[in-house]
Design a protein around this ligand. Sequence first.
Ligand code: B16
Ligand code: MG
Length: 221
Amino acid sequence: MLKGLIFDLDGVLADTARLHLAAWGSVAQDLGITLPAAAGDALRGRSREESLTIVLSYGPPQDYAPAERAAFAATKNDRYRQAIAHLTPKDLLPGIPRLLAQAKASGLTMAIASASKNAPAILERLSIAADFTGVVDPATLHRGKPDPEIFVKAQALLGLAAREVVSFEDASAGVAAIKAAGQFAVGIGDAAVLHQADLVVPSTAALDLAAIRTAFGKSVS
Ligand code: B16
Ligand code: MG
């Protein structure tokens, strides 16, 4: 029986993936690196440290000292935080307010499984922090997505079993993490990229709790 929903944040609840990309793009520009179009997908769902490695891989090979890398990551985060300071509830992606309302009305409990250390601040800006029973602290994780750890921890925060939750992701690494956790995965985006998901919708506007329940019911019966 479906008892809980677990959400990735960036690219699922809010369109912050473009803000991450813009902040990395400006840091890359400072370093004389131009990010290719593929960078958007490559950076989706990756931790800040992993993202920096990906950004630097688009430039000429160079050995940066740990302090330099930390400074690049801090600059990116400063610029990203300036961008998220302007978020309001209007920045929730289409279909998300309705889905959260449907979930609350039917008594489902909800948690956040975001790799972002800025997730609590973003939830406050979007005025949805109170909707979630738990937010996994990414600082406690040993491994990032596609490792299942973050989704297993989110499920534990809800006190539920894998077969009682549905998890939502926009990144292929995130969908892989959900499946490795043994949970039902709803992918949001390109079905070819998110082929491991149990159900894929092209955008958040197409999310509907009744349709998700139907697909979930078939998977557990
Ligand atoms: P921060 P998600 C991820 O969030 C983003 O998709 C990814 O682009 C970002 O690098 C990562 O969070 C870390 O974010 O630098 O704010 O700690 O998609 O897992 O909600
Ligand atoms: Mg995401």
